[in-house]
Design a protein. Structure first.
Length: 136
């Protein structure tokens, strides 16, 4: 075999390994219902924090445990436990994406991603009002 053929085979094998590992590690957006039916699988769940319930965070006891209640887009509420410190400005988040696995009746998140309100939203609305008033 020529040296070029061996290099081509190695490159193809590496590319296939990368594709297979990416597909096997990928997770999907889903509601709590799907995560409960497939315990142990990783899911992305989108929802809003139930701010009427207390957060679970006591840094004196365990600074790396934060808990809250999340309502997914279907209206199902579950307790979420995150092995990490409480994210900064968590209370201001409009929407939350949690990544993790369902264990029993609790969701154990490995990541918490927040969508915070934009500081530009108010200004854009004011500018749109001004623009629409001035064109009339």
């Amino acid at each position: 075999m020529k040296k070029m053929h061996i290099i081509a085979i190695v490159v193809i094998a590496v590319a296939l390994a990368v594709i297979v590992s990416t597909i096997s590690n990928s997770s999907t957006y889903a509601p709590f219902r799907d995560a409960m039916n497939h315990q142990g699988s990783t899911f992305h769940i989108v929802g809003k924090v139930n701010k009427s319930k207390d957060f679970i965070y006591n840094p004196e006891v365990n600074a790396n445990l934060f808990g809250f209640y999340l309502i997914d887009n279907e209206g199902t509420e579950k307790k979420v436990l995150y092995d990490g410190a409480k994210p900064q400005d968590f209370e201001r988040a409009e929407q939350i994406v949690i990544i993790g696995k369902m264990e029993g009746d609790e969701f154990h998140a490995s990541q918490v991603l927040m969508k915070c309100p934009s500081k530009y939203n108010g200004n854009q609305a004011d500018q749109m009002k001004v623009a629409s008033i001035s064109t009339k």
